[in-house]
Design a protein around this ligand. Structure first.
Ligand code: SF4
Length: 229
């Protein structure tokens, strides 16, 4: 028998992933049916403290799929992705890059809000999902990719990028560059809009927003080429 130490991490991940994938019924062929099924998901513990599953939204034949990390506080309350402060900033950036909202499908690698109570008050503080939680949720993202089949897949932030492109992927080094991947004809990573909200001052925020819009303009250009093809 092959000793465990001789099995590569990659092959373990692939085997785990294949097992996890069996959870999503392949007969579910629409985003609506997948969203309904995901409402009942208890494949990791994140459902316990969240209000609801926040599944992806957008046209099921969208050319562009944007993938973030997880729903935030407001998304958790209303049940829609990217409706909080980061989502509003994303909408502004998409407008500046001339990407129409109806061209995109918006989702996250994790579908439940992970949070911890603030030391004081009732605020819920975002907590980064663990690898095991991202892994448990991956079949839902794979099912969205299977249905939408985007021409351009955009990873927003390092959690999404490392989940989809490997754990050594660096958004800072590789942002805005097309990455070779089997996930979509064009795959690009950029920052998560929430990182712009954390900029230390107005000047830094302006520069970070400009860089984000520039990355999205590259996405817009690929989208124009895909439409023309
Ligand atoms: S985070 Fe994903 S895998 Fe975990 S319970 Fe929610 S939908 Fe299921």
């Amino acid at each position: 028998m092959k000793r465990l130490s001789t099995i590569s991490k990659k092959s373990v991940d692939q085997a785990d992933h294949a097992n996890a994938s069996t959870r999503v019924n392949p007969a579910l062929k629409t985003i609506v049916s997948l969203r309904d099924a995901a409402r009942e998901c208890k494949a990791c513990d994140l459902w316990k403290d969240a209000t609801q599953t926040v599944f992806g939204e957008g046209p099921s034949r969208a050319k562009i799929m944007l993938v973030g990390e997880q729903p935030g506080d407001q998304e958790d309350r209303v049940g829609h992705p990217f409706v909080g402060p980061a989502g509003k900033l994303l909408v502004q950036a998409l407008e500046q890059a001339s990407i129409e909202r109806d061209e995109i499908y918006l989702t996250n690698v994790v579908k439940h809000f992970k949070w911890a109570a603030a030391a004081k008050g009732k605020k819920r503080i975002h907590k980064k999902p663990r690898y095991s939680e991202i892994h448990a949720c991956r079949p839902w993202l794979d099912s969205e990719l299977r249905v939408v089949k985007p021409e351009i897949l955009v990873c927003l932030g390092s959690t999404a990028a490392q989940s989809l492109l490997g754990r050594t992927f660096s958004v800072m080094r590789q942002r805005g560059q097309p990455i070779k991947s089997a996930l979509a004809p064009v795959v690009i990573a950029t920052v998560h809009p929430s990182s712009i909200l954390r900029a230390p001052d107005a000047d830094a925020r302006h520069l970070q927003m400009q860089a984000f819009v520039n990355d999205l303009k590259i996405v817009a250009e690929f989208s124009r080429k895909a439409k023309a093809a």
